[in-house]
Design a protein. Structure first.
Length: 144
């Protein structure tokens, strides 16, 4: 599958979250280590306040990038239902700035370790000009 093919995947089909809590607009890339997503920040986003996406929205965006990865694997590789995951831990989270309504962010996660239903990923969120606005580590536990 090419990166262009990922853009054609309806994001709702690979995420357990549903509107209004979808924090990923498109999947841009997947491989065994890296997954990348995009989100256009809109005024009606439940995590927007005073024209900015708040820190909890950035955390949820990283978590849903992890969910998109797992959902893609389940649906397109393993041919099974989308799994529900839970944030098990957040470490070394740094928020450098909050994106504004109208901006687009791209989130990239790198899977550091996977074992026994736990995934440790390093996440990084950038503005479209490449500026890093948030980064940190997240541990995701999958529900069976």
């Amino acid at each position: 599958m090419t990166d262009q093919d990922f853009l054609d995947i309806p994001i709702q089909t690979i995420l357990p979250q549903q509107e209004p809590f979808i924090m990923v607009s498109q999947m841009l890339h997947y491989d065994d280590v890296f997954t990348q997503t995009r989100l256009l920040i809109t005024a009606n986003n439940v995590f927007c306040h005073d024209g900015h996406l708040v820190a909890s929205g950035l955390v949820e965006n990283i978590a849903q990038t992890c969910a998109a990865r797992i959902g893609y694997i389940n649906k397109y590789i393993l041919h099974k239902d989308v799994s529900i995951g839970f944030i098990g831990a957040i470490r070394n989270l740094e928020i450098h700035q909050l994106p504004q309504v109208g901006q687009t962010i791209e989130t990239r996660i790198e899977v550091v370790n996977e074992s026994f239903g736990l995934t440790l990923a390093c996440g990084e969120i950038r503005l479209s000009d490449g500026t890093i606005i948030a980064e940190g580590e997240m541990k995701i536990a999958l529900s069976e």
